[in-house]
Design a protein. Structure first.
Length: 123
């Protein structure tokens, strides 16, 4: 089935399944100690090893934060579907193009409002 023929709910269910897959993968990795791949005699033996382990831990934490934010966005999009406001720009009230919603089912702004927002943030 092509994305153009999918309902908003079907797109959000697909998005939620992908998010759950990513969560499970990250959870498996997170259970492992950061230095698990190091030989015991080399574990945390240098400043560079410590730095690499710290970067890995920060990366894992960032992934968790992004996954949590995406989960909240999917939940909010499902609520908008229930309320009948899904696909309506939260800023200007115009319809969000279907192609945008196919690519980003959690979009809350139309392309023009998103561009304006990004221009303000970049300034």
């Amino acid at each position: 089935m092509r994305a153009a023929n999918r309902s908003p709910q079907a797109m959000l269910v697909r998005e939620e399944r992908e998010m759950q897959r990513q969560y499970a993968a990250l959870r498996r990795v997170r259970r492992q100690p950061v230095g698990v791949f190091d030989a015991p005699e080399r574990r945390r033996s240098s400043l560079f090893d410590e730095a690499a382990l710290e970067v890995l831990e920060q990366h894992r934490e960032l992934l968790w934060q992004r996954l949590a934010a995406h989960s909240r966005a999917v939940t909010a999009a499902k609520d908008r579907v229930s309320e009948g406001t899904y696909g309506i720009c939260a800023h200007c009230g115009r319809p969000i193009p279907k192609r945008r919603l196919e690519v980003l089912p959690t979009a809350t702004l139309c392309v023009q409002c998103q561009e304006r927002r990004e221009a303000v943030l970049a300034a």
